[in-house]
Design a protein around this ligand. Structure first.
Ligand code: HEC
Ligand code: HEC
Length: 408
């Protein structure tokens, strides 16, 4: 009886999340032509006043995350790999207007020094918010040395970058914004640029209503808006999630077999890629190889000034992993199959001869068969959910010609 009730509840929740998607506000305003005259008022970009799907608006105009995992206990001391376990604490509470303004900023190349690249150039929503390259290209085609991580579910992370060198999203974004080989901007130039765009001046007033019409845009407001958008990228409605909430038909036999291998103490994947986030957020030294001819990446050794973490990287979440090839910090592996096979080729098999690494004790010799590796891939593909995909702006505030007058 309980089972029946709970799966009906699940179906309802999933139906509702679908509906939320339809109800999500359409952010774009339309250009209305009256004869030859284009109504400039209607061309104006307005910010959304409702929360993205997965969030509910409270009385203080804050979007608060709502999901099925909130009914479960925390993972603390409860073992790993359980289906009905809680997520880490989420960063939420931003206003719909801040989230929507962040969306425009995220896609706007005006944030880079020469207006050529946006955050989305390297974090493309159609590529799982990664970019499909082993290593991305920054301004003037300069090559970076690590791959672009996905941004789905960053709201749950405590440390950022592959080597965990940033402790907040605000701190993190000052990396790409101001790095000479990424967006190459300066805080001063970023402020001047945005303050010179009347549409942005007007939108920042909407998102930060305590400002006066005469106040200029502040750096902190830019950072807050981008964080608000990034933390709205929630992916928790995959087929795996449905299975975890008690709907056994959501996965087929091969996928369930894959899940069991993933959680087994032979493969040990779930010890580090702990459900439901599929990351325990720790640093692990696993000894994954650099691309041919590339220098060894010391990773977290630099962050923590600790030789035992040499070659260590943050355990990445595996949600939407199907979308973000190639894999690992180096983008060395092209497919999920190749990545899974890495773990069974022998402990430390890819570590350069002159390196002594302190490999994590869960990296060992599981001797998985070809079939087991196939099942692992089957399972990893059940972690795909892009139902809360944000809308890519059709028009950006930097392109909209508005009069200087500050109507709010
Ligand atoms: C030139 C490509 C590029 C651009 C532009 C870029 N990023 Fe990234 N991003 C990366 C790479 C590469 C990493 C990983 C770097 C590392 O770990 O050393 C990264 C890491 C991140 C992370 C950390 C994710 C995690 O799991 O630790 C976040 C968040 C992020 N970027 C957000 C942004 C935002 C917001 C912007 C725009 C202000 C932006 N990025 C612009 C390439 C880029
Ligand atoms: C000891 C902890 C640990 C264990 C056990 C582990 N992983 Fe990982 N996994 C990591 C770390 C750390 C990385 C990132 C390493 C890098 O970039 O060099 C990673 C990366 C990955 C990636 C690539 C993610 C991306 O965004 O590029 C996949 C896929 C993956 N692991 C799957 C698995 C599977 C399947 C298993 C079990 C066979 C497993 N992992 C076991 C720690 C672990």
């Amino acid at each position: 009886m309980f089972l029946v009730k709970s799966s009906t509840f699940n179906i309802l929740v999933f139906l509702c999340s679908g509906m939320l998607l339809i109800l999500a506000c359409s952010h774009e305003t339309r250009i209305q032509s009256v004869g030859n005259y284009v109504d400039v008022e209607n061309e104006k970009i307005e910010l959304c006043t409702t929360c993205p799907p997965g969030f509910l608006l409270n009385a203080d105009n804050q979007c608060i995350a709502k999901n099925m995992y909130q009914q479960y206990e925390s993972l603390q001391d409860a073992g790993v790999g359980g289906l009905k376990t809680a997520l880490p604490e989420i960063r939420d509470g931003f206003s719909p207007q801040q989230i929507d303004l962040g969306r425009y900023l995220f896609f706007d190349p005006v944030l880079s020094l020469d207006g050529s690249i946006s955050c989305a150039s390297c974090h493309d929503p159609n590529k799982g918010f990664s970019d499909g390259r082993a290593t991305p290209k920054g301004i003037h085609d300069s090559l970076l040395t690590r791959s672009s991580p996905s941004l789905w579910n960053v709201a749950y992370l405590k440390k950022f970058f592959w080597d965990a060198r940033a402790s907040s999203l605000e701190e993190q974004m000052q990396g790409p914004l101001y790095a000479a080989n990424e967006m190459a901007n300066t805080p001063e130039n970023l402020l001047t640029t945005l303050n010179d765009i009347p549409a942005y001046r007007r939108l920042f007033l909407k998102a930060f209503p305590d400002k006066s019409v005469h106040d200029s845009i502040q750096l902190q407001e830019i950072y807050t808006s981008l964080v608000a958008f990034e933390t709205s990228l929630i992916s928790l409605n995959s087929r795996y999630d449905r299975y975890a909430h008690g709907f056994p038909g959501a996965l087929n036999r091969n996928e369930i077999e894959g899940l069991n291998i993933f959680r087994s103490f032979v493969a040990r994947c779930a010890e580090c890629h702990t459900p439901p986030l599929f990351s325990n957020q720790q640093i692990a030294v696993i000894g994954s190889p650099e691309p041919e001819g590339h220098p060894f990446d010391p990773g977290a050794e630099i962050t923590f000034k600790d030789a035992t973490r040499r070659g260590g990287f943050k355990v990445p979440s595996l949600r939407n992993i199907e979308k973000t090839a190639p894999y690992m910090h180096s983008g060395r592996f092209k497919t999920l199959r190749e990545t899974a096979a890495f773990y069974t080729k022998g402990r430390g098999h890819a570590v350069p001869e002159n390196e002594k690494l302190y490999l994590h004790w869960h990296i060992w010799e599981p001797e998985l068969t070809d079939q087991e590796l196939d099942r692992l891939v089957d399972f990893l593909q059940t972690l795909t959910d892009e139902s809360f995909m944000p809308e890519i702006p059709k028009k950006l505030p930097s392109e909209v010609k508005e009069k200087e007058t500050m109507s709010s």
